[in-house]
Write a protein that binds this ligand. Structure first.
Ligand code: ASP
Length: 328
């Protein structure tokens, strides 16, 4: 080998090594321009939710406060029929809510099967901040909420009651993907201090069995945050998200050097593979992920077309259609 060829070969190897290093480094480079603050949330109601979050983020507020305030918007809106007040009931006619929250120090709090409380995300935050535990369910969650001063309210709206009575006629449980018989708000944010937090809240699948818990209140499934790496949240058929520990997977893929987009695509590929293995029809389910890394870069992907999400950063607040595995 001539000296010149040897030199070329060595410098090619050196650049490859540099590239590998660049990919495996969790932390943003000192000279990388970080896009912060930024907030992302699932579905079209994310637009309004982002506005509430942005009011905090744009004043140098904390990502944790922003995600809580953000998801409280659809939670409190009776016209949003898949989250909080106005959410659809289970097959026994009970509205049972699931929510979780995670901050930059990996503090976590979660409630599942919580009834009569309009803002389960704030109860999840109280679990995180005021108990030695991370998750409370059912009546225990309700008793705790009441002890913290949350008000017991009737969350059933007329439309939900009508739909439930209609559903009882056939009692067939067949959630249709992308139709609002589900639709969780998951929100992840990076604040101006460079810290990440996330929140996720839902009434779950309409007409689910009483006691059914989806991915949304499960840290690692419906939400995950690692302040060194990034954050992810999910929506769709929770059973499929739990099966792959979805949001933890997305964050771990980012840790390995994947972009948020690549990480979301790989997690969806995992869902698809397990559906194929079990000979299930992909058209029957939806799973969507959104992700954010420490540089403020974003990604999203879903099983079937129809999932969108809202992003708010210095360029404004907009709704974006996620890429998908199959078109329906
Ligand atoms: N993931 C939620 C659940 O399984 C529902 C949804 O996001 O569509 O309860």
């Amino acid at each position: 080998m001539t000296d010149r060829r040897k030199f070329l070969k060595t410098s090619a190897l050196a650049s490859a090594a540099l590239l590998v290093n660049a990919c495996s480094n969790d932390k943003p480079k000192a000279n990388t321009k970080v896009n912060k603050p930024i907030v992302l949330s699932t579905w079209r109601f994310g637009i309004e939710a982002n506005q509430a979050a942005w009011a905090i983020l744009s004043k140098n507020g904390k990502a944790l406060d922003a995600v809580e305030a953000g998801v409280m918007v659809p939670e409190g809106d009776p016209k949003e029929r898949s989250v909080g007040y106005g959410g659809r009931p289970d097959r026994d006619g009970r509205i049972t809510l699931d929510a979780c929250i995670m901050d930059e120090l990996s503090n976590i709090g979660s409630v599942a099967g919580l009834e009569f409380i309009k803002h389960p995300i704030s109860v999840a935050r109280a679990v995180m901040e005021k108990t030695p535990h991370v998750m409370l369910v059912g009546d225990g969650a309700l008793q705790f909420a009441l002890s913290q001063g949350f008000k017991k309210e009737n969350l059933m709206v007329e439309e939900s009651e009508k739909e439930w009575k209609e559903w009882l006629k056939d009692s067939e449980y067949k959630p249709i993907a992308n139709i609002e018989n589900h639709d969780t708000i998951g929100m992840i944010a990076l604040d101006s201090h460079g810290n990440l937090s996330g929140a996720c809240t839902t009434s779950g699948m309409a007409f689910k069995m009483h006691g059914r818990v989806g991915d949304s209140p499960i840290i690692g499934a419906g939400l995950y945050v690692d302040n060194e790496v990034g954050a992810a949240t999910a929506t769709g058929h929770g059973e499929e998200v739990i099966r792959i520990a979805g949001c933890h997977l997305v964050v771990e893929l980012m840790r390995q050097g994947k972009t948020p987009q690549q990480a979301c695509e790989e997690a969806v590929a995992r869902v698809v593979k397990l559906m194929d293995l079990r000979k299930k029809d992909l058209k029957d389910i939806q799973v969507g992920f959104i992700a954010l890394n420490k540089n403020g870069e974003t990604g999203s992907y879903c099983v079937q077309s129809g999932f969108n999400y809202a992003v708010y950063d210095a360029s404004g607040n907009r709704l974006i259609d996620a890429g998908y595995h199959i078109k329906v």
